[in-house]
Design a protein around this ligand. Sequence first.
Ligand SMILES: Cc1ncc(COP(=O)(O)O)c(C=O)c1O
Length: 433
Amino acid sequence: MKSGTESKKFFDRACKVIPGGVSSNFRYWGDDATLVVDRGEGAYLYDKDNKKYVDYRLGFGPVVLGHGRPEISKHIKEVLDKGNCFAMTNEYEIRVAEKLTKMTGTDLVRFTNTGTEATMGAMRIARAYTGRDKILKFDGAYHGFHDYSLWNTYPPTSGVGYINSPFLIPQGSGIPRSVGDLMYSLPFNNKEVLDKKLKERWHEIACIIVEPLLGNQASIMPQDGFLDFIREKCTEYGIVMIMDEVKTGFRIAPGGAQEYFHVKADIATYAKCLGNGFPVAAIAGKREIMGEVGPGKIPHGGTYGSNMISMAAAEACLDLYAAGELKKADAHGKKLKQGWKTILDKSGLAYVIQGPDSMPGIIFTNEEKCTEYKHWAQGDHDTYEKIIHYCINHGVMPDYDSREPWFISTAHTDEDADFVLGVFEDAVKFVNR
Ligand SMILES: Cc1ncc(COP(=O)(O)O)c(C=O)c1O
């Protein structure tokens, strides 16, 4: 893949003042391939060469209502001239809290700005509430960029050791080794291994934090009963169950994964679709736990939390979700999944398509079903990336990283689906020739 001349010019300029030319390592696609965006319109984005793409990255997922959604812009403009940051409770925040708790079936919510801050805060709350220090997560799950998240996020499979005595691998340098002493990371969907660890170590564990589906591993789904098992065990051992809904919240259902999978966590974390791309996140949970957050009790703070622009964005989004908007994204995703299946069946490639309709993923693999991180890790990423390169070159842009699902928005149309499936079919033929 090669960026156009204008993108390249801007990217070279960016590289002089921004490490790698990007503000997140995940955005770097190569010196000659990293595109620079100009603008978005609904389901489309335009790069600096004015090339149009049907956008399935959607900014790593948040923009479920499409770029520049008028109802959100209008509500933000109403607020803009009043100022934004007061570090005081405001009316928008109260309304968003009322709507969010109703929609997600939670009691109390604190606002933050990013998913990273939300999961970090939720872990702190769980530790304070239980008086225990350890965090249990799952291999392949990503919970943001803080030190308690970046363990076994995408380790080499040979590096995680024997299932009964697994190793913890930090995602990179700069994460203190001592933090690993406070972490456990286990295979997703494996009740036996989880049960064994809990029997031995429950008294150390403050929380189990779980992405309800592995949204950072091509949407690997929870197997029947796995989330219920976590729920049951957390109740049995007095562990806080944190459902990290940063990717699934306000995307796979208005009530997120808790509604979709019928499982109630103690705390859920939200970000992405809560603001359709505006920076707003939330830690929402049961009164008995969240009610302990406060002066002299459990610490939580932040200058920008509940700033009025973010709250206005969130309010407009929640109103659109309440009106049933998400069904449109589901219908488009269903069409893509059916089309991929027809195309891939003809191609002879071995594959698994998985995930909810609004965030489906594809793994090229001989496995019949993908249920844990190693199934993604052992997949054929080379074929996936070649297909995606072809797609991006031809105006269809999912993320080129095979861990990212395709994010669907309510702005994608049936005509987009026909175009996208045509390009996808050509890409498969091109790569498989
Ligand atoms: C499940 C999950 N949790 C947390 C985060 C971190 O969110 P943010 O990038 O807003 O800090 C992400 C980001 O992709 C995520 O996918």
